[in-house]
Design a protein around this ligand. Structure first.
Ligand SMILES: [Zn+2]
Length: 278
């Protein structure tokens, strides 16, 4: 009996050691792990900060605030139906090209990415915002117009997941929502598989999760959005341009805009993003 236990025991330890040497522990990154990462990880390094080739595309204040028509803008292209859940949505050419490369790579790994939302101009954002502001659309089951008469409190409630018109990154044509708009969907099954894949690979294609969980590193802004990804090579420059030129006072033209300054909408929300995306 002793011999029977000793030999398999030794083999088990050996097997565990071999398995551990292939295990990639995301929670405990160490120098060793980083050096052993495969080629995708090396590609990620090339595109991650500070090596992201930042586009020098200069855009107008109106463009930064979504005041243009994507279908008539020469830098935008329509997203093919195979990549999206709806028709007639647009992205900047560079962002879409990178997405298509990411889409192909994901497909090879058995992951099907789908764009749920892409560019949303100012007027589109007004319709989302005002529906929530006036109570036409419920927020967390509540009619905010009735239950939150205080304008700042009401705006902050909507701002958990929706941007004020003029402040959304969806105006830029660099940001996409993928597959589903609920964090819970990404917590298990297909959703978890997709999210894990994106966390591991998206940066290699220039895409970064803009709204990570709030905490000491990201104290302000929207709640976590596992579906929202930004194309850094262009968005980095747009973030800088926005920071330099757009002030809270410029945010106007919709119901509730008067509390933008009191909230500090540019500082807290436009710039309150994952530090790896800026
Ligand atoms: Zn989004």
């Amino acid at each position: 009996m002793k011999i029977n236990f000793t030999i398999p025991g030794y083999l088990t330890v050996l097997l565990i050691m071999i398995m551990l040497s292939f295990t990639n522990c995301d929670n405990l990154p160490s120098k060793d792990n980083v050096e052993k990462k495969p080629s995708t990880e090396n590609k990620m390094k090339e595109t991650s900060k500070p090596k992201v080739p930042v586009s020098q595309t200069k855009v107008s204040d109106d463009e930064l605030m979504g005041k243009f028509v994507p279908s008539k803008h020469p830098d935008f292209v329509k997203i093919k139906s195979e990549h999206a859940t709806k028709n007639n949505i647009y992205l900047r050419k560079e962002a879409y090209e990178a997405f298509q490369n990411m889409y192909k790579a994901a497909l090879e790994d058995g992951i099907r990415l789908k764009i749920v939302s892409a560019t949303r101009p100012f007027n589109h954002q007004v319709s989302i915002w005002e529906a929530k502001w006036t109570g036409t659309r419920l927020v967390g089951g509540k009619n905010l117009s009735r239950e939150m008469p205080d304008k700042k409190a009401r705006a902050l409630e909507i701002l958990q997941y929706s941007s004020m018109p003029g402040t959304s990154r969806h105006h830029w044509g660099t940001d996409i929502d993928l597959n589903n708009l609920e964090n819970s969907w990404f917590a298990n099954g297909e959703g978890l598989k997709i999210y894990e894949w994106l966390k591991e690979n998206a940066l290699a294609y220039g895409y970064c999760q803009t709204y990570t969980p709030k905490g000491s590193e990201r104290p302000y802004g929207y709640e976590e959005e596992k579906w929202h990804w930004t194309y850094l090579p262009v968005a980095l420059s747009f973030t800088e341009q926005y920071k330099a030129r757009i002030k809270d006072e410029h945010i106007s033209g919709f119901k509730g805009a008067e509390v933008a300054k009191e909230i500090g909408i540019v500082e807290k929300y436009v710039l309150g993003i994952n530090k790896d995306c800026k």
